[in-house]
Design a protein around this ligand. Structure first.
Ligand code: AKB
Length: 316
C-alpha cells in the first residue's frame, strides 16, 4: 500500500508550511504539493508539484491515481473576508473541493482526509468566552456557513460510509513565511510587516476586539498530530475546537511597542469588524487535549518575538 501524501492548496498560508513539515518527516518524494497555479515560493519546489483545480472531481482523481496517493490534506479554501466579496465562488470552492475529497475516500481511492474548519463556524448567538466544543452555531458569513455545513458532511461521511476524515477549527493563524489570503484575522500579521517598515499600522479591527489566535508552528503540529492519532482516539468527526492564545489589537500593539519604541497604531474598522464581532473571543479545546493530547507551545510574547525576527529575515 502506498503511503503517499497529497497537499491541496500547497501555496497557501498553511499549505506551504505543512508541505515543508511533511517533507521533512516523510521525504520530499512522498509528499505531492498541489495548487491551482504555479508556486512562487521555492519551498513548494522542494519536491513533486501538480497544478489542478480541486473543484474538478476528474482532475482530482487523476492526480490521486497517478501518484497512488493514500492521504489528502485538503487545504484550499476561500477565507472569510474574500468570501464576503464573492459569496457564490466562496461557497462553490469550499464545498465542491470538500465533496470531491470525501467522495475519493468513499470510493476507496484514498484512506485518510484532513479538512480545515474554523472558529468561523460560530456566530453572534454563540457563547463568546471559552466557547465549548458543542454549542449554538449560527454563523453569519459565507465562509462560516460553508465550514459549518462542511463539518456536518464530514461527520455524515464518517458515519454513513466509514470515511476516516479528521478536522480542526483553526483560530486566526500567525506566520511570516507565506502571506495569508483574505482573512479577518490577517491584521495580526500585517501589523508586524508595517511596524518594521513604517513604525505605524492602521488596524481594520477595533482596539478591543479579542479573537482566538495561534502561531503557525502550533497549527502545523496540531494538523500532523490529529492525522497521526489512532483512529479510535478521534471521537469528534465533525471538527475539533483548538486553542492557542487570545488577544486584542491593543494587547498586540503594546507588545510590538516594547520592541519598536516609536511604533504607533490607529484604528479604522472596516467590513471585517462585523465578522470579527460575530466570532468567539476565546475557545475551550478540552476535547482535543483529552482525545489526542493536543498542547500548544507558543504564548503571545513568543509569537511577537518570532514574528519580528522572521519578518526582518525576509527583508535580507
Ligand atoms: C479568517 O480570518 O477567515 C481565517 C479563519 C479564522 O478561519 N483566518
Amino acid at each position: 500500500m502506498s503511503s503517499k501524501i497529497l497537499i491541496v492548496g500547497a501555496c497557501g498560508q498553511i499549505g506551504s508550511e505543512l508541505t515543508l513539515a511533511l517533507r521533512e518527516i516523510h521525504g520530499n518524494d512522498m509528499v505531492i504539493a498541489s495548487d491551482i497555479k504555479r508556486p512562487k515560493s521555492p519551498e513548494s519546489n522542494s519536491g513533486p508539484f501538480e497544478i489542478f483545480d480541486a473543484t474538478s472531481y476528474s482532475d482530482f482523481e487523476n492526480v490521486v491515481k497517478t501518484h497512488q496517493i493514500d492521504k489528502v490534506y485538503m487545504m484550499a479554501a476561500m477565507l472569510s473576508g474574500t468570501a464576503e466579496k464573492f459569496p457564490d465562488k466562496g461557497w462553490d470552492l469550499n464545498m465542491t473541493s470538500l465533496f470531491n475529497v470525501l467522495n475519493l475516500a468513499k470510493n476507496k481511492l484514498i484512506s485518510k482526509v484532513f479538512w480545515p474548519s474554523s472558529i468561523a463556524v460560530f456566530g453572534p448567538t454563540t457563547p463568546k468566552n471559552d466557547t465549548p466544543q458543542r454549542t449554538i452555531m449560527e454563523p453569519t458569513t459565507v465562509y462560516g456557513i460553508s465550514k459549518q455545513a462542511g463539518e456536518r458532511w464530514c461527520a455524515y461521511y464518517h458515519k454513513r460510509y466509514g470515511v476516516d476524515v479528521r478536522s480542526i477549527r483553526y483560530p486566526g493563524l500567525i506566520s511570516y513565511k507565506t502571506p495569508p489570503g483574505g482573512g479577518t484575522t490577517d491584521y495580526a500579521i500585517e501589523i508586524f510587516h508595517e511596524a518594521l517598515k513604517n513604525s505605524k499600522y492602521t488596524s481594520f479591527l477595533s482596539k478591543d476586539t479579542a479573537l482566538p489566535m495561534m502561531y503557525m508552528d502550533d497549527a502545523i503540529k496540531a494538523t500532523i498530530s490529529i492525522m497521526d492519532a489512532p483512529s479510535q482516539d478521534i471521537k469528534v468527526r465533525s471538527s475539533y475546537n483548538l486553542s492557542g492564545v487570545s488577544f486584542t489589537p491593543d494587547d498586540l500593539s503594546k507588545l510590538v511597542k516594547q520592541h519598536i519604541e516609536n511604533f504607533e497604531i490607529d484604528y479604522e474598522p472596516d467590513f471585517r469588524q462585523d465578522i470579527a464581532d460575530s466570532w468567539p473571543s476565546s475557545i475551550d479545546d478540552f476535547e482535543a487535549r483529552k482525545d489526542w493530547n493536543w498542547k500548544h507551545n507558543f504564548d503571545l510574547n513568543m509569537i511577537v518575538k518570532e514574528m519580528l525576527e522572521g519578518v526582518k529575515s525576509l527583508e535580507h
